[in-house]
Design a protein around this ligand. Structure first.
Ligand SMILES: NC(=O)C1=CN([C@@H]2O[C@H](COP(=O)(O)OP(=O)(O)OC[C@H]3O[C@@H](n4cnc5c(N)ncnc54)[C@H](OP(=O)(O)O)[C@@H]3O)[C@@H](O)[C@H]2O)C=CC1
Ligand SMILES: CC(=O)N[C@@H](CCC(=O)OP(=O)(O)O)C(=O)O
Length: 344
């Protein structure tokens, strides 16, 4: 049994880790932290978990207790893993960070986008970007894994087959992305109130969102060169889900794009290339650790449109984190994870 610790157990990604790990045959949550709910039993706060975590209560983050775990997930705002990861790694505990703390390889770039100095630049060289579809081998031997963000997961998986094969004009990529409100976390914010976000839709951070450097970093790697990306996120009136509509110029009209995508993801358990002409819906991935993709070429155009959907809390965060844990501990990658969504 893998002994698991979770820092930030009361937030949306923390409770999603608990929900998914409740079904995991090889992992047991031993420590779950919250500064605000110390002493409260998990099942008293989350009745959906009754019968799974009897006796487990929230405790304040404590490096000694966390250091007794085999792996610690950080489901916390940025900056928290910076402060604790080094100490845990020194005790032999592996760290899987759902926040953005170790996603960017350049500490100065991180500081620019996150508005504070990077708290652990000495750990960056060993941090592995936890997108299994591109980094599976490195994940196997990692000590510190940076789980990709939600927009970056949907966007990279959609663009990668075009860029890896040098088919798209990498200087003109557009990612038009929509997110459910749970992407903003559980903390009370006026913009997340039902009266504000419940029946309305808006673009935000058009001038530059902190996921832009993360996505660009991943796409540069796929393209083996510079990329020019326009990324516009939107807040939409749904609870879960990311819908990415991706645009790329592909001059070669002879290439069979459907075949290209199917072959790229043929061995990927959590990427589903849908039949030609499909329009994936966010509800087809709700609660599931899967990215569903469809590729389109509008008639007579150089333009290719890729549609990519995930559940931000599952393939966009906690499910992907568990997928990383499975790879890291040599378990079957699908263990405890499902690609079956909750409909309606
Ligand atoms: N929501 C999403 O769709 C996604 C989120 N992420 C990332 O995952 C991380 C968690 O997101 P989410 O679950 O939405 O966030 P929430 O705001 O819902 O939860 C944050 C959690 O962190 C704890 N926490 C806050 N500050 C500290 C601190 N200084 N030290 C220790 N614990 C702290 C909180 O508990 P308490 O205050 O009780 O200690 C709470 O449990 C973030 O970095 C986010 O960017 C990544 C992908 C998708
Ligand atoms: C709808 C919404 O607000 N989404 C968040 C992104 C989701 C997220 O948590 O991203 P990180 O993991 O990189 O922090 C945002 O735009 O900031």
């Amino acid at each position: 049994m893998i002994k698991v610790g979770i820092v930030g157990g009361t937030g949306y990604t923390g409770v999603e880790l608990l929900r998914l790990l409740a079904q995991h045959p090889q992992a047991r949550v031993e420590v779950i932290t919250s500064r605000s709910e110390e002493g409260v039993k998990v099942a008293d706060m989350y009745p959906n978990l009754r019968g799974h975590y009897d006796g487990l209560a929230f405790s304040v983050p404590d490096a000694t207790r966390l250091g007794e775990c085999d792996v610690v997930f950080f489901a916390t705002p940025h900056g928290v893993a910076h402060a604790l990861a080094g100490e845990l790694l020194a005790t032999g505990t592996r760290v899987i960070d759902l926040s953005a703390d170790f996603r960017l390889q350049n500490a100065d770039e991180w500081a620019k986008w996150y508005g504070q100095p990077h708290g652990a630049p000495e750990l960056l060289p060993e941090a592995v970007y936890g997108l299994p579809e591109v980094n599976r081998e490195a994940i196997k031997s990692a000590r510190l894994i940076a789980v990709p963000g939600c927009y970056p997961t949907a966007t990279q998986l959609g663009f990668i087959p075009l860029l890896e094969n040098g088919l798209a004009d990498a200087s003109q990529l557009i990612a038009d992305c929509k997110s459910g409100v749970s992407g903003a976390g559980r903390g009370a914010k006026v913009g997340s109130l039902f009266c504000e976000a419940g029946e309305s839709m808006m673009a935000y951070s058009v001038k530059g969102h902190r996921h832009l450097p993360e996505i660009s970093q991943g796409l540069r790697r796929a393209a083996k060169g510079d990329v020019g990306l326009t990324f516009v996120p939107h807040l939409t009136p749904m609870i879960r889900g990311i819908h990415a509509t991706l645009y790329a110029r592909v001059a070669d009209r002879t290439v069979d794009l459907q075949k290209l995508f199917e072959e790229r993801y043929a061995n990927e358990p959590f990427v589903d290339v849908m039949p030609a002409g499909s329009h994936p819906e966010t509800r087809s991935v709700r609660g599931a650790n899967v990215c569903r993709i469809a590729v389109h070429r509008p008639q007579g155009e150089d333009l290719v449109v890729v549609l990519s959907v995930i559940d931000n809390l599952v393939k966009g965060a906690s499910g992907q984190a568990i997928q990383n844990m499975n790879i890291l501990f040599g378990l079957e990658e699908r263990m405890g994870l499902s690609n079956v969504a909750l409909l309606p």
